[in-house]
Design a protein around this ligand. Structure first.
Ligand code: FAD
Length: 376
């Protein structure tokens, strides 16, 4: 198979499907190329804020009516690992729990763009003003390419990224398991209130989160070591305290990604932009990456549409500035604090109800200070 399009989107996750949605609606001939077949899974806790649904024009109630798991979240219970938990509650849902295999497939279908599945990229190159992408499902060419292939995106590698080498990387492990009716009845966890357990220096956290009859347990930490052992310890602790059914097996899977402001990837080239995890855009405090993935997909697609006939890198050099306008300026260095002070500060932030609510939950996790990304 050999096809020519206006824009190739490598990766059909939230970032790629969002870019494809904007471009397809504007009348461009788009192809989403993904190595997977949808619905496919993704290692993730699976909480998304209402702003994500709104940015993609999806009504959460309709999403749930279509038979998808949608767990409303009306509070968070957070603490330092082994510390005193603080619970904050809201009168209405402030976030939702979803299953990624359902959510990503829904977003991709809703993009309206043709998808080529089983299209693992083997090689890509810029030749005479066109991107030429060889995949397991055929060869595709287009003047534009959006790299949305996640942390290990082939386009990011083409632009020089070397995942796992010289990048401050979040290593994470997670298990998502169904509860039997007996386990569901005995499990004391409440779906509306995910539980977060932070490391003493706030460089990551563990979580346990029930979505209907599914349980998601995981742990992520920047530059983390031995996270498999840390997750086993965490699971053992949950079992000892009766938070987890004793007979529940927890088959964890790992993944890696980069945080916005800590990532140093090149994110544009002639006729090409990186979006989502490929660009390293997850929120630095919570590690949530779905909203930045969706928003960067929208921002990148709109930049292309401003001048579809002008793929010059000089024009695309605006892209990092557009991301900074949305996600904040990138500082070269984080303020240095001695470890002891950092730990005392972390305890104070988490254990003071007001800072826990306003800073940890509303600013770091819900990003309530940022309205839905405006159209156009
Ligand atoms: C353990 C864990 C928990 C997380 N929890 C949350 C959370 O609760 N909420 C949240 O907002 N974020 C969370 N994140 C982050 C979030 O999962 C990512 O930021 C988000 O998935 C990024 O979306 P994306 O579209 O950029 O990439 P992805 O969702 O990774 O999609 C990339 C797509 O590219 C395809 N692809 C990859 N390589 C190729 C190739 N060579 N050829 C063709 N196709 C390719 C893949 O099949 C995939 O479909 C979590 C991450 C981890 C690791």
């Amino acid at each position: 198979m050999s096809e020519r399009a206006d824009c190739l989107v490598v990766g059909g996750g939230p970032a790629g499907s969002s870019a494809a949605w904007v471009l397809a609606r504007a009348g461009l001939d788009v192809r989403v190329l993904d190595k997977a077949r949808f619905p496919r899974d993704k290692v993730c806790a699976g909480w998304v804020t209402p702003q994500v649904f709104a940015a993609r024009g999806i009504d959460p109630a309709e999403y749930a009516r279509a038979g998808h798991v949608l767990q409303p979240i009306t509070g968070f219970r957070s603490s330092l690992l082994g510390g005193r938990p603080v619970e904050v509650d809201y009168p209405e849902p402030v976030s939702y729990g979803i299953l990624r295999r359902e959510f990503d497939a829904h977003l991709l279908r809703a993009s309206g763009a043709p998808v080529v599945e089983g299209a693992a990229v083997r090689h890509l190159a810029r030749e005479r003003g066109l991107w030429r992408v060889e995949t397991e499902a055929g060869t595709f060419t287009a003047p534009w390419l959006i790299g949305a292939g996640g942390h290990f995106c082939p386009m990011a590698r083409h632009l020089g990224a070397r995942p796992g080498r010289g990048e401050a990387t979040v290593l994470a492990r997670e298990a998502e398991v169904p509860l039997s009716p007996e386990q569901a009845a005995a499990c004391p966890l409440r779906g509306e209130v995910p539980e977060l357990f932070f490391f003493p220096e706030l460089d990551g956290y563990a979580w346990v989160f029930r979505k209907g009859d599914w349980l998601n347990i995981g742990l992520g930490r920047e530059n983390g070591h031995h996270i498999a052992v840390q997750l086993d310890d965490f699971v053992a602790r949950l079992r000892q305290t009766g938070r987890l059914p004793a007979d529940l097996s927890v088959p964890a899977r790992g993944h890696a990604y980069l945080l916005y402001g800590h990532a140093r990837r090149r994110i544009f080239a002639e006729g090409a932009l990186l979006v989502g995890d490929a660009a390293g855009l997850a929120y630095p405090q919570s590690g949530e990456g779905i909203r930045p993935a969706v928003e960067s997909g929208l921002i990148a697609a709109r930049l292309i549409l401003e001048a579809p006939d002008d793929p010059r890198p000089e024009r695309l050099a605006e892209y990092p500035g557009r991301l900074a306008a949305r996600f904040g300026a990138v500082r070269d260095t984080a303020p240095w604090l001695p470890t002891g002070l950092k730990r005392r500060l972390a305890r104070w932030i988490l254990e003071t109800p007001l800072t826990n609510r306003r800073l940890v939950v509303e600013r770091w996790f819900l990003h309530r200070h940022q309205a839905v990304l405006a159209e156009g």
